[in-house]
Design a binder for this molecule. Sequence first.
Ligand code: PLP
Length: 406
Amino acid sequence: MVHLDFHPSGRHFLQIPGPSPVPDRILRAMSYPTIDHRGPEFGALGRKVLTDIKKIFKTQYPVIIYPASGSGAWEAALSNTLSPGDQVLMFETGHFATLWGKMARALGLEPEFLSLRGAEGWRQGVQADMIESRLRQDTGHGIRAVCVVHNETSTGVISDVAAVRHALDAARHPALLLVDTISGLASADYRHDEWGVDVTVAGSQKGLMLPPGISFNALSPKAIAAGKDSKLPRSFWGWGEMLEANKNGYFPYTPSTNLLYGLAESLDMILGEGLDNVFARHQRLAEATRRAVRAWGLEIQCADPASYSPVLTGVMMPDGVDADAVRKLIYERFDLSLGQGLGKIRGKMFRIGHLGDCNDLTLMATLAGCEMGLRLSGVKLAGSGVAAALDFLAQHAVSPTLKIEV
Ligand code: PLP
């Protein structure tokens, strides 16, 4: 038996931008007994989640569910659609875009990275006009796919996927459009079919409020057709057998049964609340967070207000302050986890997650932990971010989810 000698009172505040806190309702659903994944009950569960998940992606086409983290679904998107040596055009929005590019290279593809124009560091979203002009130059159509990250979790910047689609159309380029919305799905507006995305990659541990462990590829007919000719090796990730088995709600190999119970519950919660309400709730908490950061006199990592992420906010530290030391202090003193800066902005910023199962008081506790931690770290604050966020939340009431009769 393992004895843990550290047991703080009260709940831990998991305010990283995913994994996000798992609501009790989902935890309970996941505790149902594991059933025979080839038996009749499983088929009903499989059919339900495979149908309802399409509403979250806003697609009428198949969505594949892998028993894997988001990186697996990244690999599936590339390996099902492309062939060795294929050129792919990617956009360096931040750490996750960079990692997807590294994966593309490791798989034998030729990624070309477009870097943000005019921004110091990773502080803006995809600049679709750069994609359009690069595609116009590619008259031989050597570029087989354009890959972008919708919500860049390392920075708190969201990109305009419809504008990227428009760039492909304006350049009359036939490349596939592959989009990572691992941290955007079910928190930020997303429209797989309307935006003409060929493969959307997503994961369970963010807006869907599930533990890590399942991930998704939403497909288009063009992606499915490309999958028949593409030559990159794949077996576990292959769409073919999966699509066949999924027709009846089953999987070609053992699925993550209990995570699928959780997914069924999560879909009921999200669709019950209504996607637009979910998005509005995220926008409101994100705005309260930004008001806090501004009141502290600190800078938001995202430099473009049109690209603020509803999922997380990156907080830049003044010169000479180590963001990781601040995060460590906040974790140790207040049992609050914040996201670390990743890649080239490590130590320079931290990230506040305000996604999924988060409400006004969760956010206020988080901002209070940040404010106290910043002060204790000796950061000179211009004012109270907590007060600014409180004001905003009080003035912008959200429609109550509970109507209490008195
Ligand atoms: N892409 C984005 C935007 C992410 O936020 C993450 C993880 O946080 C990944 C990819 C990688 O996913 P995973 O860690 O689930 O493999």
